[in-house]
Design a binder for this molecule. Structure first.
Ligand SMILES: Cc1cc2nc3c(=O)[nH]c(=O)nc-3n(C[C@H](O)[C@H](O)[C@H](O)COP(=O)(O)OP(=O)(O)OC[C@H]3O[C@@H](n4cnc5c(N)ncnc54)[C@H](O)[C@@H]3O)c2cc1C
Length: 411
């Protein structure tokens, strides 16, 4: 089954890149997934394949030597990767998002002429590193407080100094910790009265003095993301470290909300993988399992039908959402986006739970991928800024209130 539903409506580039991702996923990533999950090790081998295939530059504009993929193309490719190794797809998203935020998302936003010229120079440097040198970027913004949810300024501070900034702070759950060449750190300009508007997005070299990766990493799922804690102590970076001009992240978060929706394709891929596994299992086509078919039982057929319905519902929202991405979406588009994100994250886990119940005891043994898919799928709803709870929170409020509406104080 094609991840995008009907492949005939895809562009030639979409078809070609999804096929490439499917080939890499099937032949390389899937066979390695159990080992990286067991050892909680970073899939450097998968990244070598992504690099060799040119996929590190998937969203780098063509004029900078990249593949110039748009939002829709990227999320379909990411979902196909997630179908074979969720952890690889999730950390790949952190890398690709850095290029996308500095790329077509920044292009759609307001900047002064001077900012745009600076940005052009800076991103040329970052893109060159990725395309020519195969460097990997990550995107640590979580800090354990309200900042990642968008409710407070980042606690990581960048103090302006001659020639650049000095960065101090701590990032938790920094996927690719110890693996990325550059950490795309979200911070706040360290100046009196700074607010969320004073955001800054800096590429900090992993080997810069003052950068440390600390803590262990032994989580429930997504173990191959190696999302350890990052400490930044008096780390000096030049102005060219800027992945976006000062303040632009704040504008992007307000005006281009699809920028956060790139976390869900991984889980669309997991939902698909869960369904694929269940069908193969009930047809007795899973390698290494005895040839005992279970498809003839009506209860199994109903369960698989329910899974297919939920999968198609999820895919429809995923694809619609992918095609909706643009600057300044109207309120309904934004609400559809929250609904889609919530649905993908929650349905991936619901499908995995149903798959284990349907396939039965043998299917949850560690020798088969389903139990890993189940654990990985649980992580989707926890991803800030749009956890399942926060999607509901935003949706509920926006369903009932128009912009600026307030309630009278209740006596
Ligand atoms: C596998 C994995 C990889 C990750 N990779 C990255 C990464 O690369 N970069 C990165 O920056 N982060 C990453 N994260 C972190 C993730 O985005 C969250 O920041 C993290 O899971 C938050 O954990 P917490 O317990 O500190 O959440 P808390 O802030 O304690 O929140 C707990 C829950 O409370 C709710 N909540 C939080 N704030 C509010 C609020 N203001 N109002 C109402 N409800 C709220 C949310 O539903 C949230 O799930 C990763 C997480 C996982 C699981």
């Amino acid at each position: 089954m094609h991840i995008a539903g009907n492949p005939n409506i895809l562009t030639p580039q979409q078809r070609e890149l999804i096929e490439l991702a499917a080939m890499l996923g099937r032949d390389r990533f899937a066979p390695r997934a159990a080992r990286h999950d067991r050892d909680a090790s970073f899939p450097f081998d998968n990244y070598a394949d992504l690099r060799a295939a040119g996929l590190l530059g998937i969203c780098v504009p063509r004029e900078y030597g990249g593949l110039g993929a748009d939002f829709t193309t990227y999320v379909m490719v990411a979902a196909e990767i997630g179908r074979h190794c969720g952890a690889t797809a999730l950390s790949y998203n952190m890398h690709v998002s850095s290029t996308m935020w500095a790329g077509f998302i920044a292009d759609a936003l307001d900047m002064t002429t001077g900012q745009r010229a600076d940005h052009e120079r800076h991103r040329a440097l970052h893109y060159r590193r990725i395309v020519d040198e195969g460097r990997v970027y990550s995107q640590p913004f979580s800090e354990g407080g309200a900042a990642a949810a968008g409710k407070a300024p980042f606690g990581t501070l960048a103090r302006p100094v001659d020639g650049g900034y000095v960065v101090n702070g701590k990032k938790i759950f920094a996927s690719l910790a110890g693996a990325a060449d550059y950490y795309g750190v979200l911070c706040t300009l360290d100046r009196p009265g700074a607010t969320q508007r004073d955001s800054l997005y800096l590429a900090v070299p992993a080997d810069a003095p003052g950068v440390r990766v600390v803590g262990d990493w032994d989580p429930l799922g997504m173990r191959g993301t190696v999302s350890r804690t990052l400490l930044l102590e008096d780390v000096a970076v030049p102005h060219s470290a800027r992945l976006m001009p000062e303040g632009l992240y704040f504008q992007a978060a307000a005006r281009y909300p699809h920028m956060f929706a790139t976390l869900s394709p991984t889980y669309m891929g997991i939902a698909q993988a869960v369904y694929d596994f269940t069908v193969a299992y009930l047809r007795a086509e899973v390698p290494g399992m005895p040839p005992v078919k279970r498809r003839m039982y009506p209860t199994k057929q109903i369960a698989v039908a329910e899974m297919r319905v939920r999968l198609e519902q999820t895919r429809s929202l995923f694809l619609q959402n992918a095609r909706d991405a643009a600057v300044d979406p109207d309120k309904d588009t934004r609400m559809r986006l929250y609904a889609a994100h919530y649905t993908i994250m929650e349905n991936a886990n619901a499908l995995a739970a149903l798959a284990i119940r349907t396939c039965g005891g043998q299917s949850m043994l560690k020798s088969l991928p389903l139990e890993r898919l189940y654990r990985d799928s649980r992580c989707g709803s926890l991803m800030l800024p749009w956890t399942a709870e926060l999607c509901l929170d935003r949706l509920g409020r926006e369903c009932l209130y128009e912009a600026g509406e307030r309630d009278e104080a209740i006596e």
